[in-house]
Write a protein that binds this ligand. Structure first.
Ligand code: SF4
Length: 493
């Protein structure tokens, strides 16, 4: 078991004490390939931010002295104008400050984040900074100012590092939050190191808690209230207050929308529910059908000229075409011929050619629509074609959400949940790339030259296979939905 409390433990404890209690004992899940890629980008941004403070010292263990001791020496001296990764340890608590710079007789603490300076998640970033401030103050370091180094929306590929960051002063909110944290800190530490697990209580954090099903609230239950799709937080709060987790104990007066009622009905009965209206929804689809899926790349620092941070670039498409439900499908695909170049124009022209002018274009979620609209804005000379493509789009997820629920959807209509429930013979398990985030990470590594030669050839094949699977999955889902609709009592024959 871990004997110290880090910022990650603290912030987890703010979501649920039990989750942090388990985290100290079992550790957190190892990061996935995509998470690792995001962490590396965060480190790159961190080291760029240090360039704004020339003459600063990167703290590390040296000559048998710990990072905490090296930090104390540097803080006590006058030679260093800034410290990077300064470390403080007080009791069980440990904190690292991305940047500390001198501010009169005190210190200005700056945390570097890969979010835009107008992010809606500022309160989470304030909490992150407040923890650091609380621990450094407990370690008798005078913190006079607290800021976030966030990304500027106006930065463009190739601009200077100065243009990359907006330094946003949040001292007042951080001081307030750090004071609240300080008042809680000793109680939180006591609870986390106690042998007894904190009493669990249903919270939204349970949705992504690794212990929910195995050791905690959902243990031994077939279905729980967290599987009700899009359950509003006020309803979740009520259920939490009433101690309801098992779906079979759902209060009868809880107001649910039709999708939620269908989900609850399917969970209670243990079998799928299909609405008679499915048939009419499917009749809106016009043959020939084109099942379309995009992959994109988006990195913190832009990969291509003229683009800004986090800009999403479409890099790949797969289309399965079918003239009728009985016809053999054919397949078209595109993957950026040179990942080091922005190939969106070439992709867009290929897309227009392959989709032709007739038939429905079936997608899963609104993602493709948003990307096509962005392409329309980027290439005004192709706007009419692209607008006609938007008019032919049909979202299969919406049709499923409005008409079908299988207990194994587990509250989600994502294709990764719906496919195994409705088309169990099809699986992503054998693929090397199994999700969009991994596809982004692999493509970005090719674009940066980190994967080349034979590795790049293998990666290209893996990316093509993954995107092809997404559109084949839609084609098979469509077949299944047609079969389900035909079994409905008042389905047209
Ligand atoms: S399942 Fe919920 S209550 Fe239990 S530890 Fe996880 S977040 Fe906390």
């Amino acid at each position: 078991m871990k004997e110290t409390i880090s910022k990650q433990d603290w912030l987890t404890a703010q979501r649920c004490l039990g989750m942090a209690w388990y985290g100290l004992r079992t550790g957190y899940e190892a990061p996935s390939e995509a998470e690792l890629f995001r962490m590396l980008q965060g480190q790159e941004i961190g080291s760029l931010a240090r360039q704004l403070y020339p003459g600063g010292t990167l703290v590390s263990k040296a000559n048998g002295r710990s990072a905490v001791e090296v930090t104390q020496d540097l803080l006590a001296g006058t030679a260093t104008p800034a410290l990077f990764e300064a470390t403080a340890e007080v009791g069980p608590f440990v904190a690292k400050a991305d940047i500390l710079t001198r501010d009169g007789v005190g210190w200005h603490v700056i945390e570097v984040k890969s979010s835009f300076s107008d992010t809606k998640s500022i309160s989470e970033l304030v909490d992150d900074l407040a923890y650091t401030v609380m621990i450094f103050r407990r370690a008798a370091v005078q913190i006079s100012k607290a800021s976030l180094a966030l990304l500027s929306r106006t930065y463009r590929f190739g601009d200077s590092t100065e243009r990359l960051f907006d330094i946003v002063d949040r001292t007042d909110e951080v001081n307030e939050r750090a004071q609240e944290f300080d008042e809680q800190a000793d109680d939180v530490a006591r609870i986390l190191f106690d042998q007894t697990q904190p009493v669990p209580k249903l919270v939204s954090a349970c949705r992504d808690c690794p212990t929910y099903e195995g050791e905690c609230l959902a243990s031994g239950l077939s279905h729980t209230v967290l599987e009700i799709p899009s359950l509003h937080h006020t309803k979740l709060k009520r259920l939490s207050q009433e101690g309801v987790v098992n779906i079979s104990e759902l209060p009868t007066d809880l107001k649910l929308n039709p999708t939620q009622q269908r989900a609850v009905g399917a969970m209670l009965s243990g079998s799928a529910i299909v609405e008679p209206a499915l048939s009419a929804a499917l009749q809106k689809i016009e043959w020939p059908c084109h099942y379309l899926d995009f992959e994109t790349v988006a990195t913190v620092l832009p990969l291509y000229p003229t683009l800004g941070c986090h800009r999403q670039v479409v890099t790949q498409f797969s289309i399965h075409h079918r003239g009728s439900i009985d016809a053999e499908p054919s397949h078209s695909e595109y993957l950026a011929s040179d990942p080091k170049e922005n190939c969106e124009r070439e992709l867009t022209e290929a897309l227009i050619e392959k989709l032709g002018k007739r038939g429905s274009i079936i997608v899963y979620t609104k993602f493709e629509e948003k990307r096509i609209e962005a392409l329309r804005d980027a290439f005004p000379d192709l706007a009419d074609y692209l607008q006609s493509i938007v008019a032919r789009l049909l979202d299969l997820e919406k049709i499923i959400e409005g008409n079908v629920y299988h207990p194994e959807f587990r509250g989600s209509f994502s294709i990764k949940k719906v496919l195994p429930a409705l088309v169990p013979e099809l699986s992503y398990a054998e693929l090397s790339v199994r999700d969009g985030d991994t596809a982004i990470a692999r493509f970005a590594r090719m674009a940066k030259g980190e994967i080349s030669g034979d590795g790049a050839e293998t990666t290209r094949r893996q990316l093509l296979k993954y995107c092809e699977m997404d559109t084949y999955a839609m084609l098979k889902l469509h077949e299944t939905l047609l079969r389900l609709a035909a079994r409905q009592p008042d389905a047209e024959t």
